[in-house]
Design a protein. Structure first.
Length: 112
């Protein structure tokens, strides 16, 4: 059973993937992005935060280019891992939450 609202897989923007798209590093980055695509926002944030901790503080920019997540989101994931008591109680946005997609909004106005 497939999820119609599934997030698209982010295309890595790092220099290695741009120059050598079939390299082993590029394959690892694609695999990481495939895993992140299947996660909810909280798990995604924490997973990339954990990677940032393991790779070192200067790697937040690299993870930003690989995953497409903002630097603030990655730093927040790091904080949530190191301070587990500071997190809000199990809050994850429900499916369909947030703003209306631009395409849907434009479609609604074009029908009037």
């Amino acid at each position: 059973m497939s999820n119609p609202k599934r997030r698209p897989v982010h295309q890595c923007q790092c220099e290695t993937c741009q120059r050598h798209p079939s390299s082993q590093v590029a394959r690892r980055h694609k695999a990481l992005n495939r895993v992140i695509t299947d996660c909810d926002e909280k798990t995604r944030r924490r997973l990339v935060g954990l990677l940032a901790q393991q790779w070192g503080p200067q790697r937040i920019s690299l993870l930003h280019r690989i995953t497409g997540l903002s630097r603030n989101t990655i730093q927040r994931g790091q904080y949530e891992i190191t301070h587990p008591m500071a997190e809000p109680a199990h809050r994850i946005r429900s499916q369909g939450a947030g703003r209306i997609a631009v395409e849907k909004n434009n479609l609604a106005f074009s029908r009037r």
